[in-house]
Design a protein around this ligand. Structure first.
Ligand SMILES: Cc1cc2nc3c(=O)[nH]c(=O)nc-3n(C[C@H](O)[C@H](O)[C@H](O)COP(=O)(O)OP(=O)(O)OC[C@H]3O[C@@H](n4cnc5c(N)ncnc54)[C@H](O)[C@@H]3O)c2cc1C
Length: 440
């Protein structure tokens, strides 16, 4: 019999949301998960599974039962022929990357961090960049989930395809994802070429940049016209990464956090900080080669608030120019660097922000230096207004103020997803306050 414990306090990575679940479980098998769901049904409790706890929103919070699958983190099968790997959903991508390395395999794309679980990244539509690469959910070829009734369902393109189209980006509301099968490729090194440019140049030549590199992304430094751009491409060259404690940690981390903290008392110095950091760290060209996951992952520094909407790729220029002009007209609003701009290929996953269109993700950020909250409401509201104006859809893991009415307009497949959800979870066992706003 699996035992839950009381007194557990959950906090997400950014420490922006937390909850105190009545009971916290760490099951070791599907049978134990079934016992937890049976108990929840008997006591009319809600259940939330948490992966790496990295979602910046309250999507993983629960006051009733919380289930962490960190003991269900094994690799079940590696098929070297098809280059597919089947894992238990609690495995962290950091652990998976290491095991895949050993077999000469790798995931074709990853987000900025790997301390996230296989079940978690496909829960919120985690993405990276590359106009020919979909969000991470598009790497899923099959999965199994346990529904509220305890039934285990397998789905893929060939078995329960409609459920697969929903469960590949599941929001944690269809059931407990038990296993995930991911399409990998042969392991590869990536060469990253970093260069500086201007916002105007990058936007005027966007198609050219997108065609010049498999994984193109850029950072715009608000209050300036400066851009730091990155071409990342597979290479046969051996790793040649250099890291320097002084530049990476002292300058890039400790000094920056201190300066951002000072700017909370004197917001008018923030544009100078953005300019100074661009000049100090991002203005010169550089190159490095490393194994793919070490290039995909990057240092996300300290705690932060973020918003990240996907807009049709052809609206990239329009949206960024609108945001830049608004900041220029409202100098009392300050914005931290970077605005991170990435790209993803369209797909057919019902609640994917890239559903049926190639997309540009525009991630805005406001750090919380030493945990101190920085005013960001005006910036946040205007950003959302622009994103909605250009037909955007918010990242499911990150901040947004959208409700069911918005999602119904944004997603042609919203009603279909909701009816699958209602069928699999008629009593709303897997809902929480975040999901109530989405579905009610
Ligand atoms: C530092 C940092 C960097 C990030 N970088 C990126 C990035 O580059 N790109 C990007 O798109 N996002 C990024 N994110 C967001 C992050 O990728 C997503 O929030 C992702 O969902 C986190 O995975 P997780 O395992 O922590 O999931 P959690 O936050 O723990 O959970 C996410 C959702 O999945 C559900 N869930 C988890 N496991 C299961 C399961 N087995 N069964 C059912 N439901 C489950 C949870 O209930 C919840 O609804 C970043 C976040 C941080 C903090």
């Amino acid at each position: 019999m699996v035992l839950g414990r009381g007194g557990y306090k959950f906090q997400n990575w950014a420490q922006t949301y937390g909850s105190s679940p009545e009971l916290y479980f760490q099951p070791t098998s599907a049978e134990e998960i079934k016992e937890i769901l049976d108990l929840a049904r008997q006591r009319s409790k809600r259940v939330k599974v948490v992966g790496g706890g990295h979602s910046p929103s309250n999507i993983a919070c629960s006051d009733d039962f919380m289930v962490r699958l960190d003991k269900m983190n094994k690799i079940l099968k590696i098929d070297k022929e098809t280059k597919q790997v089947t894992v238990e959903a609690g495995i962290l991508l950091a652990d998976l990357n290491k095991e895949l390395d050993k077999c000469g395999l790798a995931l074709s794309n990853l987000g900025a961090v790997s301390e996230v679980a296989a079940g978690g990244v496909i829960g919120t539509g985690t993405h990276n960049t590359g106009i020919e690469h979909g969000i991470l959910s598009t790497q899923v070829v099959a999965l199994t989930l346990m529904t509220a009734s305890g039934e285990v369902i397998e789905c893929s393109q060939s078995s329960n395809p409609e459920m697969f189209q929903a469960a590949s980006l599941h929001l944690g509301c269809l059931g407990v994802i038990l296993t995930v099968t991911l399409q990998c490729k042969s392991s590869f090194n990536l060469q990253e070429i970093h260069f500086s440019s201007t916002l105007q140049e990058v936007l005027d030549n966007l198609d050219n940049h997108l065609n010049s590199s498999e994984y193109f992304r850029f950072f715009w430094f608000p209050h300036t016209d400066k851009v730091s751009a990155y071409y990342q491409d597979p290479t046969d060259k051996p790793p040649s990464s250099k890291s320097s404690w002084f530049w990476d940690y002292f300058v890039g981390y400790y000094l920056l956090e201190f300066l951002l903290w000072i700017s909370t008392f004197m917001p008018r110095i923030l544009p100078s900080i953005n300019r100074f950091y661009f000049w100090l760290q991002f203005s010169s060209k550089s190159e490095r080669v490393d194994i793919s996951h070490k290039v995909f992952n990057f240092e996300c520094l300290f705690k932060q608030h973020v918003q990240d909407w996907a807009i049709p790729v052809e609206k990239t220029k329009d949206a960024l120019i609108q945001l830049k002009s608004w900041l220029e007209r409202n100098p009392h609003v300050v914005a931290h660097f970077p605005v991170e701009v990435r790209f993803a290929k369209g797909d057919d996953i019902l609640l994917s922000p890239c559903y049926s269109r190639d997309s540009c993700y525009m991630n805005i950020i406001m750090y919380r230096p030493y945990g101190k909250d920085v005013p960001h409401q005006e910036y946040w509201i205007e950003y959302e207004t622009i994103m909605k104006r250009v037909g955007g859809r918010p990242h499911w893991a990150k901040a947004h103020t959208c409700t069911r009415k918005d999602f119904q307009k944004m997603y042609p497949g919203f009603s279909k997803f909701n009816s699958i959800r209602e069928k699999l979870d008629p009593t709303g066992m897997f809902l929480n306050s975040y999901l109530e706003k989405v579905f009610y």
